[in-house]
Design a protein around this ligand. Sequence first.
Ligand SMILES: C[S@@+](CC[C@H](N)C(=O)[O-])C[C@H]1O[C@@H](n2cnc3c(N)ncnc32)[C@H](O)[C@@H]1O
Length: 361
Amino acid sequence: MGGKMAGIQLTLMGETIKQRNLPTTRYQGSKSKIVEWIWENIKDIKFESVLDAFGGTGVVGYFLKTKGKQVFYNDILKSNCYIGTTLIENNDTRLTDDEIDFLLHPHPDINYPTFIQDTFSDIYYTDEENRWLDMIIQNIESELDDFYKKALAYYALFQSCIIKRPYNLFHRKNLYMRTSEVKRSFGNKATWDTPFEKHFLNFVDEANGCVFSNGKHNKSLNLDVFGVEGDFDLVYIDTPYISKSGVGVDYLDFYHFIEGIVNYPNWKDMVDYQSKHRKIKHEKSVWCDKNKIHAAFDQLFKKFQDTAIVVSYRSDGIPSIGELTRLLEKYKNTVKEVRYGEYKYVLSNNNSDECLLIGTG
Ligand SMILES: C[S@@+](CC[C@H](N)C(=O)[O-])C[C@H]1O[C@@H](n2cnc3c(N)ncnc32)[C@H](O)[C@@H]1O
């Protein structure tokens, strides 16, 4: 997710292990391209345990796992928590060939619901693809009792769903962009049209290759950040971004379909049927509200004031870097600002500086 990353070489107890590349599907705000830069700036801080408080793709937490840290991943989306479970919490569980084979075919003794076919016709995927989705979700639920296996299968399914979408998002009813015979100036029709099964197999392979133990007890959490309890030496904070015009990134709006998959039995009650693209109903988050976000940062820094605090931020957001620095200085003795320079975000035309605020002491 979020751009290609080089394979990570790590040394554990004298042994060198070559990790597979992390998945390459794009995710809003992923730090995959700058995770090594983040590491360079925090590696001299003394810390053994870390909370990746807004974990997203898990790329930062996973990288820190490879560095031998005890990692606590957290994200408010249940689907993302499954990603954290697969990359960070899971030390040794992989899907076998037989299990993968079972997932890919219908079975006469399983009763297959048709919720996706009935609800999302002509919105994101073709009828045949929707049928395949209803099938594999039911197979995952029926066949995989082990939670790590289940999370890994869902992880591969999420990546497959995202990579087949124009813009890699679920923000619009736009299947027509794939199917209509028009000249396209962007996107990758070949990837969109590649069968789910092929993507799924690739991503299972990729995820199986990411599983490793760093000898620590790592954990994936699914909480609102204010509900996270525990003692951590360092907290990494990468909140949703509000642009200077006041528009916030609403992750549930962008990835509701993925979140629906992990809530399949209740999905029908979560859908906003007024919306053409059948999004999930929800309240506006403080992290998307320019009138509430300053107070939210203040509350967050206060909550984690006894640990080192590292904030990823963009120079053109709300609050401004100056405002954020002043808030962090209320709780930390030393606040350092580092800029990556013109980091160009996927899916964005704006150039903005990627910054780190590092609060210690
Ligand atoms: C900017 S992204 C994080 C990107 C991540 N660092 C990466 O490299 O992939 C922000 C994440 O915060 C999550 N999030 C939003 N509100 C949250 C909350 N109240 N508590 C915890 N996580 C939240 C979103 O689901 C999203 O995945």
